[in-house]
Ligand binder design. Structure first.
Ligand code: UGA
Length: 316
């Protein structure tokens, strides 16, 4: 049988590289693209790619999606996993916003334009819990989004462009609202990565606010599985919450890290950060029912795996 061909944008990133590996294991031929945008050390992204580059079914291009001919690219593939973005809620204020608009909105629009006249069977777009803003309890997709960061505004715009192209032109788009994904290869600006690295090396951890803010933490393998389910399901023109199985406060996360590393965390208290929602909490009923999404990884299992990876990454 002919292999399915997938395009993964952002394939050197945390989710994009893990997804690419999974697709190869599932028998796909994978076209990976990454611009190595400057949000963190290029060497970490190169490491993410290491295992992929030796696989003959993986084809990698270092290209900036802002100036790419999507028509030519889409003619080569059956499905697209659009993971590329400029991420991060707290860094999206001020002059940086222009870059968020370019990477997150304009690139998505160019991809959707090209998809209008392509034969691509599904486009799975990475969206974000940050489209909602704060949540006071389990939150489903019927709740009106009210982002509290400029980043959330760009992800919401990208998602709505997806809905628009699905409704008007029948482009088969599905957007996945990831909830704070963690696990091996997590971005170095994200909480778990920073916390684990600093606990292991005896450096202080920055805590924003009182640490009582909570997140619905989603393990990377569950987020990757959600992408495969979305790609193979007949559903299109929909958005889905992709949450995990654990809601924890930042203080609870630190206590768990202390238990699992056997070290005491040094804490540095900083003010609450503009752009941070107080709580996130995914109601994942829709993804369960329509995609068969069933997250498996609890926080303990996931944290343990991430501790092993951060240890080996920094020789700690
Ligand atoms: C994460 C990603 O960074 C976003 O790209 C993504 O869109 C978003 O999840 C999402 O759910 O869609 P965030 O929840 O802020 O955003 O993830 P972390 O950076 O891991 O932060 C988690 C919590 O730890 C936040 O409450 C934050 O205030 C806190 N934190 C983070 C600290 O107290 N100190 C730090 O040094 C970093």
């Amino acid at each position: 049988m002919k292999r399915k061909r997938a395009l993964v944008t952002g394939s050197a990133g945390f989710i994009g590289s893990t997804l690419s590996e999974r697709l190869l294991r599932e028998g796909y031929e994978v076209y990976g693209i990454d611009a190595f945008v400057h949000n963190y050390d290029r060497r970490l992204k190169e490491q993410n790619l290491q295992g992929l580059l030796t696989n003959p079914q993986f084809h990698f291009w270092e290209r900036d999606l802002r100036c790419l001919d999507f028509d030519e690219l889409l003619s080569r593939v059956d499905v697209v996993f659009h993971q590329a973005a400029l991420p991060g809620v707290r860094t999206s204020w001020g002059a940086q916003f222009q870059e968020y608009v370019d990477h997150n909105i304009l690139v998505t629009q160019a991809l959707l334009e090209a998809a209008k006249h392509s034969h691509v069977q599904k486009i799975v777009c990475a969206s974000s819990s940050s489209v909602y803003g704060g949540m006071s309890g389990p939150t489903d997709e019927t709740v009106t989004p009210q982002p509290v960061s400029p980043y959330g505004v760009t992800k919401l715009a990208a998602e709505q462009l997806g809905q628009l192209y699905a409704n008007v032109f029948g482009v088969p788009v599905v957007s996945l609202r990831y909830f704070t994904v963690f696990g091996p290869r997590q971005r170095p600006d994200m909480a778990f990565h920073k916390f684990i690295k600093n606990v292991l090396s005896g450096e202080p951890i920055d805590i924003y606010g009182d640490g009582e803010q909570s997140r619905d933490f989603t393990f990377i393998d569950d987020a990757v599985t959600a992408n495969l389910l979305a790609a193979t399901s007949p559903v299109a023109g929909e958005v889905f919450n992709i949450g995990g199985v654990s809601q924890l406060t930042v203080n609870e996360v630190i206590a768990l890290l202390e238990t699992h590393t056997g070290k005491t965390a040094l804490l540095r208290r900083l003010p609450e950060q503009p752009g941070d929602p107080r709580h996130t909490f995914a109601d994942i009923s829709k993804a369960r029912q329509q995609l068969g999404y069933d997250p498996q990884f609890d926080i303990e299992k996931g944290i343990w795996l991430q501790i092993q990876q951060v240890r080996s990454l920094y020789n700690l």
